[in-house]
Design a protein around this ligand. Structure first.
Ligand code: SAH
Length: 218
């Protein structure tokens, strides 16, 4: 079991290599996102037995049948959300809390909702330690959004919906962006969709194919 106790140095080397090969080489350009991916210790968001594969180019199990997304997907979704320090940000599906942490490296305050209480409890402790006072978590159905904290400049949904929840659309600020995987009801297909609110209304654009766990109803 000794190989599981990787040194901080080994983990940092792996993280920087992950950013170079999986993030920058695949076309992520936003420096804030790249810097956030360099900083967040992804291994801390996995159970100890999974830390060996924390910087692999793939999603990983986090328990309860859920997964932490592949690093590239986290970076790409964050880049598409175009957030800055002052952005009001909502994540649906806290899960391990890794995506939440990447968002918190850029935005001062991040709101995130998780349906499974045990997952929320685990990630809340870690996020509180890493970003005290800046992450606002709630247990419940994220399809309801977070009315008291709306409107949001950016909404990132990390589980696949059958259709974009109308309450999330209603909680988007003017010029706000929502990144959400949308799944087909008749096939295994899922597409990452970028929804934008402009003066003219909401427009949607498909970015690329993805594979997320399904968004569940609370
Ligand atoms: N962002 C997470 C991804 C976790 S997988 C990470 O980086 O680890 C998707 C998560 O969405 C799971 O934790 C799942 O429990 C949660 N989820 C599914 N349906 C949900 C809903 N309706 N509201 C809130 N969370 C939901």
């Amino acid at each position: 079991m000794s190989e599981l106790r990787l040194s901080e140095e080994t983990l940092t080397v792996r993280r920087l290599a992950m950013v170079e090969h999986q993030i920058i080489r695949r076309g992520v350009r936003d420096e804030r996102v790249i810097e956030a991916m360099r900083k967040v210790p992804r291994h801390l968001f996995l159970s100890e037995t999974m830390r060996e594969s924390a910087y692999d180019d793939s999603p990983q199990p986090i328990g309860f049948g859920q997964t932490i997304s592949q690093p590239y997907i986290v970076a790409s979704m964050t880049e598409q959300a175009r957030i800055s320090k002052r952005s009001r940000v909502l994540e649906v599906g806290t899960g391990s809390g890794y995506q939440t942490a990447v968002l918190a490296e850029i935005a001062e305050h991040v709101h995130s909702v998780e349906l499974i209480p045990d997952l929320a409890t685990r990630s809340a402790a870690l996020l509180k330690e890493l970003y005290p006072g800046r992450i606002h978590l709630r247990v419940g159905d994220g399809q309801e959004g977070w009315l008291d904290a709306a409107p949001f400049d950016a909404i990132i949904v990390t589980a696949a919906a059958e259709q974009i929840p109308s309450k999330l659309l209603n909680q988007m600020a003017m010029n706000g962006r929502m990144i959400i995987p949308v799944r087909s009801v008749t096939s295994d297909n899922q597409e990452l969709v970028l929804a934008r609110r402009t003066e003219a209304g909401v427009s949607c654009e498909t970015l690329y194919q993805v594979r997320f766990v399904p968004l569940k109803s609370g």
